[in-house]
Design a protein around this ligand. Sequence first.
Ligand code: G3P
Ligand code: CA
Length: 393
Amino acid sequence: MTQGARRSPARRTVLGAAALTTAAAAASAAGAGTAAAAPGTGTATGAEGARGGAHRGLPVPAVIAHRGASGYRPEHTLGSYQLALDMGAHVIEQDLVPTRDGHLVCRHENDISATTDVADHPEFASRRTTKTVDGQALTGWFTEDFTLAELKTLRAKERIPGTRPHNTLYDGRWTVPSFEEVLRWAEKEGRRRGHPVWLHVETKHPTYFRKLGLGLEERLARLLRRYGRHRADSPTFLQSFEPTSMQRMARLVATPRVVLLWTPDDRPYDFVDAGDPRTVADLVTPRGLDWIASYAQGIGPLLDLVIPKGPDGRLGEPTTLVRDAHARGLVLHPYTLRNENTFLPADFRRGTDPHAYGDVFGAYRAYFATGIDGIFTDQPDTGLLAAADHRGR
Ligand code: G3P
Ligand code: CA
């Protein structure tokens, strides 16, 4: 796939139903393993022995709170993380980008226009600019132009107020957390609860930031070491859409690593930058999975790579991805299931309001039946109920 046709990182931000349907059609067209897969075993070590390490202690399927409990609170805030943990989420996700002075902060993208009140700060008006991030022109305010102290003067807000108007109640309540703050919070909550708090930590735009002299991986590794999350059995997963970021992390720490996979025609930006022609369709082949298994312990595929949708947006037959990944000892943590109709496969939508909740439990049943090891969700409470149903079936 050409660079020009590559989706923008911003468009990956919140995938609406239409976008997902398109992605599903692409998945089918690319033939990402269309044979029906065997039902999953639901065990933590389906490929016994091969999937060892830290994740053996996690329930299967594990419920991963996507940007915290972002269905109920502004994403990537301590409020969102705390609610997710209080709900019982097994793992709490952070996306990381750097500040100008080299601190890692929790934001889904470096453009903070949509998730903070930066536009209301006249002292930062002149920092609004246009940048090319992973080949896409974006206009806004960017974390790499702010020191941590400056970022801390901003307040987080709801990204999709039209879909989640209730969450705007919490606009302005929390700041942008640094990753170190989150590590301290996890340490404190772990002590209080008597068991560790699991994190799922994504490096965002690693090639872009390295070129700015703000390489993410060494900074992340230093923090992981400082907080004892650098071991193979640490309660932490690392993740990235850029495979070379996970290869770099493998040289720095032993923390388990997950390679994220988007649509079959997507070409990871580190591949684009290095002239590597491979796309996600290549990475989900047996050869591609062998390559991933040489430096990672899991994959985080788009849900459509596990069960593609047809042109009508309804779920089709599962691919062989679960079986193929498990055969190589890789866990699967697909993303992202949400309660709202607009994000659900067409067969699970209820009524005509795109923002109303659909039959998310039906969708969970279909995805869990494939044998996935965990799932990212904005609403951990429904995920946990569905996971309990699945384990008790
Ligand atoms: O990291 C798993 C999932 O969060 C990937 O999607 O774009 O929300 O980071 P994104
Ligand atoms: Ca993420």
